[in-house]
Design a protein around this ligand. Structure first.
Ligand SMILES: Nc1ncnc2c1ncn2[C@@H]1O[C@H](COP(=O)(O)OP(=O)(O)O)[C@@H](O)[C@H]1O
Ligand SMILES: [Mg+2]
Length: 513
């Protein structure tokens, strides 16, 4: 009760900040609002700050920045739902800045000593001031006793408690939104807040970020030019992540990249390839690829940092994605349609030909235009929108991939205005398709089947035991009417099952080998 009261007060504070930025009931959406919301919006604008942004998404971003880390994450996740909030609102929201003044160096040292369980001097020769600070953590450059330069990321003190507190208020807000404004149902406010909460919980344990870094580092070996700094596990804990220092230029600093004479056209192609290759070949992708998390060395090596958000695709999603991109690249819509049905994304009562025709409607306009004017991420988004007509439920990780592709395309075009995502993705997609459909892919499929079969054979004795047990028990206490022919019945049933199993194995062997 007391807690609900506190949460309500916090929500009111958030409401006040939103109102000050005309972000709760924005003037632009008056027409679509119920009368009471329109009235509150009008009153709120009387108290709103004067020099507010034009784009309502940007106004919301400014309000969320003031409200703290949980709200900032809420905005970042919301920005990925342009299918619900609209493209221009999402664009404005994407300007959300997550930069704050750093916390005190002494405090950072105290956290390090507590987390690493020893004096700083037994881990680091030097520890510099913070070089970057955001709402959840800040990063220092340091040198280890054996002379290696490292980046030390330290969680903000008290951030965990603050985030849990704000998430409670957000949950309450979701409940309110769902009951007061039924139209918000499309966003599924409750599930949405849970997604935000889960993502934040992962970011609050830097050991998980360290694990993600090492997983992505393995995956990056599949790409030609993509590198991940290695984790220094001895200097890593729940609140501290230490990685090798990367001496390189951030991809959002084009002037310095130009001055260093880096080949930007190749760099853009490498980035596209790295993103798709890790996703397709290894089923993992860095899902926060903005220019501030990407770096290039003067020799042209591409590096990524910040592994708080990772995407994961299962084999069927990887095949689906490759088939779709391949279908678009080769204009084979029937095949792309088939991929949707194979992945089970489109319920079988829909006609495949109708679906292929819908895909054509998305893809054909691309080929009339100069491909460099057509964003691949937007085509995927349109595709996902069309699929709604076919009762298709997309795997959320594919939506995350599409959102990351928006970032990748943005970075690539800032490097090279003529960057053609379609051409750049060709090699990664073709490599995957060749392998999946060629002899190697078929051997892998056969191996998967073999593994499944081996599991089934292993379980067979237990299965037979269970049946014998059952037969034994039934013989000991048979239902009256079955007493006579019972052991005959069980014997025949068991024999039949065994015959089916042996027959099945034989059939499989004949057809596979
Ligand atoms: N290994 C590293 N080498 C060099 N700089 C790094 C490294 N890791 C992080 N940084 C710097 O610190 C900044 C913030 O780190 P990041 O992991 O992106 O934190 P946040 O989650 O707060 O964005 C990066 O943008 C980069 O400038
Ligand atoms: Mg970052």
């Amino acid at each position: 009760m007391f807690r609900t009261l506190i949460d309500t007060l916090r929500l009111l504070r958030a409401g006040w900040t939103l109102a000050r930025h005309d972000a709760m009931f924005p003037a632009e959406y008056q027409a679509a609002m119920p009368a009471p919301a329109r009235l509150v919006g009008k009153v709120a604008r009387l108290i709103a700050i004067r020099n507010r942004a034009d784009n309502p998404g940007e106004r919301l971003a400014q309000a969320l920045e003031k409200l703290g880390p949980a709200y900032i994450k809420f905005g970042q996740v919301l920005a990925t739902r342009s299918d619900v909030i609209g493209e221009s609102f999402a664009q404005g929201l994407m300007r959300l800045q997550d930069r704050l003044p750093p916390f005190d160096d002494d405090l950072a040292r105290a956290i390090l000593e507590k987390e690493l369980q020893g004096p700083i001097s037994s881990y680091f020769e030097t520890l510099g001031p913070a070089i970057a600070a955001a709402s959840i953590a800040q990063v220092h450059k340091a040198r280890t006793l054996d002379g290696r330069d490292v980046a030390v990321k330290i969680l903000r003190p008290d951030v965990e408690r603050r985030i849990h507190r704000d998430i409670r208020a957000l949950r309450l807000g979701a409940k309110l939104a769902q009951s007061l404004y039924p139209k918000s149902k499309r966003l599924e406010p409750h599930a949405f807040v849970e997604t935000v909460a889960r993502s934040l919980t992962l970011e609050l344990d830097l050991r998980l970020e360290a694990a993600a870094a090492s997983e992505l580092s393995e995956a990056s070996a599949a790409a030609d030019n993509f590198f991940i700094p290695e984790v220094d596990w001895a200097r890593t804990s729940k609140q501290v992540l230490t990685t090798r220092w990367i001496e390189a230029l951030p991809l959002n600093d084009i002037a310095r990249i130009d001055a260093a004479g880096v080949n930007k056209v190749k760099l853009a192609a490498d980035l596209t390839d790295a993103f798709l290759t890790t996703a397709l070949e290894r089923g993992v992708f860095h899902a926060d690829l903005h220019g501030g998390n990407l770096f290039v060395t003067p020799t042209g090596q591409l590096w990524a940092v910040d592994f708080g958000i990772m995407g994961r695709l299962g084999l069927s999603e990887r095949r689906y994605l490759a088939e779709i991109l391949y279908g678009f690249l080769t204009k084979d819509y029937d095949r792309a349609a088939q991929a949707h049905f194979d992945a089970g994304y489109v319920p079988p009562h829909h006609a495949k030909a109708d679906f292929a025709s819908a895909l054509r409607a998305v893809a054909e306009p691309i080929f009339g235009k100069d491909a460099s004017n057509v964003h691949m991420s937007r085509v995927l988004l349109q595709l996902f929108e069309i699929t709604e007509l076919f009762d298709m439920h997309l795997q959320p990780q594919l939506v995350l991939l599409q959102k990351t592709m928006v970032q990748v395309e943005g970075v690539c075009r800032s490097l090279s205005a003529a960057h053609n995502m379609w051409t750049a993705s060709g090699p990664a997609v073709e490599r995957f398709m060749r392998r999946e459909l060629g002899p190697e892919g078929q051997v892998m499929d056969a191996l998967d089947d073999l593994r499944a079969l081996r599991g089934a054979i292993r379980r067979l004795p237990h299965f037979i035991d269970d049946i014998s047990d059952l037969a034994e028990r039934a013989r000991a206490h048979p239902p009256r009417e079955l007493r006579g022919p019972l052991h005959w019945g069980w014997g025949m049933g068991l024999g039949f099952l065994l015959a089916c199993a042996v027959g099945g194995i034989g059939y499989w062997l004949l057809h596979t080998l």
